[in-house]
Design a protein around this ligand. Structure first.
Ligand code: AGP
Length: 619
């Protein structure tokens, strides 16, 4: 998604803006630009391509102004091009605007503005905002922005400057994140925390319909009607080094290897004297006692975490649980009531479909719990209660540590509800918590083996690449699993396809005979999750059926499995022995690493895969 940055203070704005934009590159983008005011003149530079292209364009002639805005664009309306890159200006080049979101009524506004004589030079929806502000401007940029945004339908986070009002930036937001960074003798505006962490840890999370005017010494917030608003600052607890690679080749690899520590930290924070506690949770225990059913709603990897949560909740909290993708839930007229607990899972807390699903659930009177990783995010703030995963910043577009952190929270929420509703005895809960802690420790042990020892997954990835070309690029992956690891089959497939662009599909193994087995010939590589479980023998049958048809298999088993060697599979991966219910926390690690090493073999941009964004803040 697009990145917004803004600076006002005594430093050269150009340097600060380029630094801030570089901290948001992980979000995915296709062009970048800045606008800086110097001696009441507006300088705009914007280029298609990576930030380096813009920096190279700028470096010989540094712009000296101390007020500026910047943007990294993820194209929604109009192809990636210099003209469509932000900032966008009014007819006279006096106003510059950067925007994240979608203006749904931009064509209607554009026609009306054209009829009034405004000239447009881009295909974007954003340019309409610049001309609207121009239309309403009569000496007060804040007033003009307030009038302009009243006509906008859709979502927006914007930053605006006017060349006659040097030293001032105006920001506004609706359904797209925007924060203010509070410095000493300088202030910042941005769409994401990493953009400002080099300069300050003190932030204000703006809310919908907030209009903020910042100077180097002041921050004034009003709502869309002009009423003064007070927002309490927050302090960001993590530092920018956590948003750096620390020696790893990619953020994704670093975040894969952080998972054991993240889950152990969650356990340390959330389990006190053998009891699960969620300090920040504002939902009463009586609500958890009262609810009759649970619906989990999320997108992508978070959806897969929700699917796993269903198995865990139904196993021990004994509450009927459905799982929906946010984009389906929000439009399908779901049967949910005040007796439904809706759990919205979102790493970023800004996914547009998940935010809309949350609002739909609240509109229907449900109790809404959010499981989020980003403090103060929209979903976290709008839910009735939030549980933060505290996984630290997840920079890679492909979600890994957020996923296992979400799984960990689902186990803990289940224990929490089971205690309240007495569906598990105190001794039973103690045993579950003991097994859960053991599993978390085993995550670090398994990661340690991959970090230090011979990495068979990298070798398998090399084998696959050779095979892929041998088969004239016709090979692809099928992931099969049963029961609580079935969501991991989906997650393993998603990881692979989103960073290696190779077709991959996850399937419940029991469905093979209902169609997918027709795919099996010598082309697909089939990843079978066959850890110690009540359906292990069924998985062995699937493996035999695949072998009989020439399929190549990577099989994940529990260490010490003596049976698998009799099935002559191509590759075997072992994970430490744990109760099946907790095995997803371990099984997903080789799946993530396999995807990583395949993408590495194919030489793709692992942290910023093509067409993808870290947080999908538009529909
Ligand atoms: C996962 O690797 C993807 N990046 C994507 O599916 C992601 O999980 C999805 O967009 C949901 O994001 P969220 O958790 O921030 O809501």
């Amino acid at each position: 998604m697009c990145g917004i940055a803004g600076y006002v203070g005594d430093k050269d704005a150009q340097g600060v803006l380029l630094k801030s934009l570089s901290r948001m590159e992980y979000r995915g983008y296709d062009s970048a630009g800045i606008a800086v005011i110097e001696d009441r003149r507006m300088f705009v530079a914007k280029k298609k391509g990576k930030l380096k292209v813009l920096a190279d364009e700028l470096c010989p002639n540094q712009i000296k102004g101390t007020t500026g805005i910047g943007h990294s664009r993820w194209a929604t309306h109009g192809v990636p091009s210099d003209a469509n890159a932000h900032p966008h200006c009014d007819c006279k080049g006096k106003i510059a605007v950067v925007h994240n979101g979608i203006i749904e009524n931009y064509l209607e506004l554009k026609s009306s503005l054209k009829r009034e004589g405004h000239k447009f030079i881009s295909e974007t929806d954003t340019e309409v905002i610049a001309h609207l502000i121009e239309k309403f401007y009569s000496g007060d940029i804040t007033e003009a922005v307030r009038k302009a945004i009243k006509l906008l339908h859709g979502s927006y986070a914007i930053a605006v400057i006017h060349k006659d009002e040097q030293g001032k930036i105006v920001g506004a937001r609706l359904d797209s994140p925007l924060i203010v960074g509070l410095g000493k003798g300088e202030n910042f505006i941005a769409s994401d925390v990493p953009a400002i962490l080099d300069y300050t840890h003190k932030v204000i999370y703006l809310d919908n319909n907030d209009v903020v005017t910042i100077t180097k010494d002041s921050v004034a917030i009003q709502n869309i009607t002009g009423r003064i608003i007070h927002r309490k600052p927050s302090v960001i607890k993590w530092n920018i080094s956590q948003a750096e690679k620390c020696g790893y080749k990619h953020f994704m690899l670093k975040e894969i290897f952080e998972q054991g520590d993240v889950v152990e930290k969650i356990i340390d924070e959330r389990i006190r004297d053998g009891r699960v506690e969620f300090d920040e949770l504002k939902i009463k225990e009586s609500d958890f006692r009262r609810i009759k059913n649970i619906t989990i709603v999320a997108c992508g990897t978070a959806y897969h975490a929700g699917l796993t949560g269903k198995y865990v909740i139904e196993e021990h909290a004994k509450i009927p649980c459905t799982v929906d993708t946010s984009s389906e839930f929000r439009y399908r007229n779901p049967v949910v009531t005040k007796d439904t607990l809706v759990i919205i899972v979102s790493q970023s807390g800004e996914t547009a479909d998940s935010l809309a699903a949350l609002r739909e659930a609240k509109r229907r009177g449900c109790v809404v719990l959010a499981i989020c990783n980003v403090l103060g995010s929209s979903i976290a703030r709008e839910a009735n209660g939030v549980i933060y995963t505290h996984a630290g910043p997840e920079i890679a577009v492909a979600s890994t540590k957020a996923y296992t952190a979400q799984l960990a929270i689902f186990y803990l929420v289940t224990f929490y509800i089971a205690r309240i509703r007495k569906t598990v005895s105190p001794s039973g809960l103690k045993a579950l918590i003991r097994e859960f802690k053991k599993c978390a420790a085993l995550m670090n042990e398994l990661l340690g083996e991959y970090r230090s020892g011979y990495n068979m997954l990298a070798a398998y990835a090399q084998e696959f690449k050779k095979y892929y070309h041998l088969k004239h690029n016709k090979s692809y992956f099928l992931y099969l699993a049963r029961n609580v690891n079935y969501p991991n089959a989906l997650e393993g497939a998603l990881k692979l396809k989103e960073i290696s662009y190779i077709s991959a599909e996850g399937y419940p193994a029991g469905e093979m005979k209902h169609g997918p087995i027709a795919l099996i010939d010598e082309n697909p590589w089939v990843v079978c999750i066959a850890v110690k479980s009540k359906t292990y023998d069924k998985m062995l049958s699937n493996i035999q059926e695949i072998k009989a048809r020439g399929g190549i298999m990577i099989v994940i088993v529990t260490e010490g499995d003596k049976e698998i060697m009799h099935h002559n599979v191509n590759y075997v991966i072992e994970i430490p022995s744990v109760e099946e219910l907790f095995s997803p926390l371990l099984v997903v690690i080789p799946l993530q690493l396999l995807a990583y090493y395949v993408a590495l073999e194919f030489g793709y941009d692992i942290d910023q895969p093509r067409n993808l964004a870290k947080s999908v803040t538009v529909e």
